[in-house]
Design a protein around this ligand. Structure first.
Ligand SMILES: [Zn+2]
Ligand SMILES: [Zn+2]
Length: 124
């Protein structure tokens, strides 16, 4: 792995905030001022291909990058904010029900975050 890929992986694994490529770029730029955004995108793609990070896509929002460790996501249906949560692994249960091996799943639970609820309540 390249130095950049290692550094990007370190940033993603150290963060809990589901960074966008731009945020990762700004972070890595502090240590590597000569890096360009396209390099960050290429490394993110390569890391994802190797199964070292995952890409989180939410309709209409910029892709986010996240660590590979198994966890699920709460997604605010209004602002798209992501929060982590742990759920028991459903793969085994699901395998039994459908009689096929389950390789994995990507669970998103939609809700409305406190900030968005507050904004709505203030408009009433
Ligand atoms: Zn929200
Ligand atoms: Zn996450």
């Amino acid at each position: 792995m390249t130095r950049y890929a290692n550094e990007i992986l370190r940033i993603i694994n150290a963060s809990n905030s589901h960074l966008t490529a731009e945020q990762i770029f700004l972070e890595i730029k502090r240590a590597e001022p000569q890096i360009v955004l396209a390099t960050v995108y290429n490394n993110l793609k390569a890391l994802n291909k190797k199964g070292l990070i995952r890409i989180l896509s939410v309709d209409g929002k910029t892709d986010r990058y996240d660590k590979i460790k198994k966890h699920d996501h709460l997604v605010c249906k209004t602002c798209g904010k992501l929060a982590d949560f742990q759920f028991e692994d459903l793969a085994e249960n699901l395998s039994k029900q459908i009689n096929f091996d389950v390789f994995g799943y990507d669970l998103k639970v939609f809700y409305e975050c406190t900030e968005c609820q507050n904004i709505k309540n203030n408009l009433k």
